[in-house]
Design a protein around this ligand. Structure first.
Ligand SMILES: [Zn+2]
Length: 304
């Protein structure tokens, strides 16, 4: 018996170790320490629900306006009475349209934002309600990190400190964060458009690689540009938009950019609520309207 390890074995082990950084897409329930991320089908707007393996809960955005109250109904259906955090990407009505209702429906631990809410009656009401309920605001800038529970790590990608936000378009005030759990990562962009994308490619190039991209601005042609996609290299694009919306989101040119790169696309307007569960290694994607498994199943590194 010898302890000498053949070079081929070493090479195999090294390859296996590097391959471990890639998530494995599966078509079976993921068990153990599982996080869930759901892009809720709320029509033309954004609302993302995240639950950590240790039971912490967070909402990213709470839009849009309108009679339907899918977010509060969703929280009630899961008997949720407390959110540990609501992150607001920006103050447009399709992202904060139901925030007041959520604040009135459940206990909220803190609100995370860039600190910039452009002046609208809706935003004034939200800030007043937060003050009234003594909900603290955590203001974050690029380079900051925060956690949800013990396992989920968020890194703030944008805006940079002293970015002079009020001088630029409201969409490009969107708080952009990357969520990482084990080998699985999500780039969450709000309505960030090319202006933001160019800045993050310039200032945060090493932080951009992610498996999932929540496509900026509902799949608009003004977001998900080539340099940004080259930096993020997502395997899956998640698009939150309303059926037959008046903006024609998502735009064909954006979908073309995704398909040219072999990026799988999931859309709330077509697929309903999108649910991703992962233990940090295995990933399962489910859709409310049951997209065929063949469209969702992945082999590591390349789409099946
Ligand atoms: Zn929007």
């Amino acid at each position: 018996m010898t302890w000498k390890t053949p070079l081929s074995t070493v090479c195999f082990l090294l390859f296996s170790l590097s391959a471990m950084a890639e998530p494995k897409f599966v078509d079976e329930p993921v068990t153990g320490k599982v996080m869930t991320l759901q892009i809720l089908d709320v029509g033309q707007g954004d609302a993302i629900y995240i639950e950590s393996p240790d039971g912490k809960r967070m909402l990213i955005d709470a839009g849009p306006q309108g009679a339907k109250n899918q977010i509060v109904e969703f929280l009630a259906s899961k008997s949720i009475t407390r959110l540990d955090a609501i992150m607001v990407t920006h103050g447009h009505a399709d992202h904060v349209g139901k925030m007041l209702k959520v604040l009135n429906a459940v206990e909220v631990g803190q609100v995370i934002s860039s600190g910039f809410f452009h002046p609208t009656g809706m935003n004034e009401d939200i800030l007043a309600a937060m003050k009234n309920k003594s909900i603290p605001m955590k203001v974050v800038v690029a380079g900051d990190s925060f956690k949800l529970g013990e396992y989920l790590d968020f890194k703030v990608i944008y805006p940079e400190k002293d970015a002079g936000l009020p001088a630029i378009s409201v969409n490009d005030t969107s708080l952009v964060v990357k969520l990482t759990y084990g080998d699985v990562s999500f780039m969450l962009t709000g309505d960030a458009e090319h202006f933001t994308e160019e800045l993050v490619v310039k200032y945060r190039p090493k932080d951009l690689d992610a498996d999932f991209l929540k496509a900026g601005h509902h799949g608009s042609e003004t977001a998900s540009g080539n340099p940004f996609l080259d930096a993020v290299t997502p395997k899956v694009a998640l698009i939150s938009c309303g059926e037959n919306n008046k903006f024609s989101h998502p735009h064909k040119s954006t979908l073309d950019r995704f398909s040219e790169r072999g990026i799988k696309m999931l859309r709330t307007d077509r697929d309903g609520t999108l649910t991703i569960t992962t233990d940090g290694k295995k990933v399962r994607i489910e859709t409310e309207k049951k997209v065929p498994v063949s469209a969702l199943f992945f082999v590591v590194g390349k789409a099946a």
